[in-house]
Design a protein around this ligand. Structure first.
Ligand code: GLA
Length: 396
């Protein structure tokens, strides 16, 4: 896997590293260079695959892909954050021997070709400043960067929604992660200075301004990556589907947890685990809509309170947190200038996101990692992120 970039180090401009990497590995200049951001989710966790609401923002950390067509019978890719590891594939289906990091690229190539986009064989270099596996959508950034670069290389355009959906399919079918749509949508539709309120049923994306004079976004990476993450993610999805099936027996209009009410959940007498999962989704949807309203109104303390409630619900009802991340949230909540904090992304480790008063944000970052080291005995890393634009072609 790519090595974790230390957020306190200057990450280097991934686009420049990708360009230099293509030159070093293949002696080529890029015909196209594209970059796509990671994202941090402010609130609305485990709601996207339940037709619910999410409030992510694309961040100023991205994956960049430099590509040039080749005359080989294979696509060749080097990953600069994997110590320059190389992989190659034909790009017409899934290949068991393709390393995990390259499957995102293989998936995107195969799915683009399957829909008739004439992607030629190519050489590519990939660089990223999104910490891998930490809940900041490092994989969506890679998929979207490849999709944008390869459409440009093929001289074709795909509408942004189809592009995001194709990348989500690549993740399902090639990386075997049954993710929702939030990450790819955020990476495609990100808007500088804005979070995105996404209705995952209608796929309406509404930019919500973030007043940077009032609020900074701090991300703290616990450094913890629990193995069970992807298995538990799939399990949660199945639990939600079971809850919907039971609720639908009482009311055929319930097609997803989005349609349920607390009364309906109590009436259906769901088994305790399913009941807690369903209640989390329902309440998280309500919190997300409210948080978007408060963010727009400049009420950072109000958003912060909702973030803390969201975390408690993810910890107790949805059970996707872990002790290290709980410790980080507790520490953050009592640190000067912090309005609120919560786990972000799929869970079982990874990052915490906090809203912080701008004048305190750097001191808060340092104080949180210091207290975490004393309490947990491990090294966390912090970074201040800004809401950034979505994927773009930089050259081509
Ligand atoms: C992962 C998935 C997303 C979403 C989150 C949880 O990041 O990729 O689709 O389900 O988990 O909110």
């Amino acid at each position: 896997m790519p090595k974790v970039t230390d957020p306190q180090d200057t990450p280097g401009e991934p686009a420049e590293r990708a360009r230099a990497g293509l030159r070093a590995a293949f002696g080529r200049e890029p015909a196209t260079l594209a970059r796509a951001p990671g994202r941090v989710n402010l609130i609305g966790e485990h709601t996207d695959y339940n037709d619910g609401f999410v409030l992510p923002m694309a961040i100023d950390r991205s994956a960049a892909v430099a590509v040039a067509p080749n005359t080989e019978d294979r696509c060749r890719v080097v990953a600069l954050d994997c110590g320059g590891e190389a992989a190659s594939f034909e790009g017409c289906g899934r290949n068991a021997s393709t390393p995990l990091w390259a499957r995102y690229a293989e998936g995107v190539v195969s799915l683009l070709r399957a829909r008739g986009v004439g992607v030629p064989m190519f050489d590519a270099a990939l660089a990223s400043s999104v910490p891998p596996g930490g809940g900041l959508s490092s994989s969506a950034a890679v998929e979207v960067a490849f999709a944008v670069a390869l459409c440009s290389l093929a001289g074709e355009t795909l509408d942004p929604m189809s592009l995001a959906r194709l990348c989500q399919r690549a993740e399902h079918e090639f990386a075997r992660v049954p993710c929702g749509m939030m990450d790819q949508l955020a990476s495609v539709f990100g808007r500088r200075g804005h979070a995105l309120l996404i209705d995952c049923r209608t796929v309406e994306v509404r930019p919500v301004p973030i007043d940077q004079a009032r609020v900074s976004v701090l991300v703290v990476d616990s450094g913890v990556r629990h193995e069970l993450a992807s298995g538990e993610y799939a399990k949660r999805r199945r639990e939600c589907e079971r809850a919907v099936a039971e609720l639908a027996q009482h009311d055929a209009a319930v097609r997803s947890l989005r349609d349920a009410t607390e009364e309906a959940i109590e009436r259906a007498r769901l088994e305790p685990t399913l009941r807690r999962r369903a209640l989390h989704v329902l309440r998280e949807n309500a919190r997300t809509l409210e948080a978007a309203r408060l963010l727009e109104a400049g009420d950072a303390p109000g958003v912060g309170r909702l973030m803390l409630e969201s975390h408690a619900s993810l910890r107790d009802d949805y059970e996707v947190s872990c002790s290290e991340v709980d410790a980080l949230v507790e520490i953050a909540a009592t640190t000067q200038g912090v309005f609120g904090a919560r786990m972000t992304g799929g869970g079982f480790g990874g990052c915490v996101v906090a809203l912080v008063e701008p004048r305190h944000v750097e001191a808060a970052g340092s104080a949180i990692v210091d207290k975490y080291r004393l309490r947990v005995g491990a090294r966390a890393r912090w970074m201040v992120v800004k809401a950034a634009d979505g994927a773009r072609v930089a050259v081509g």
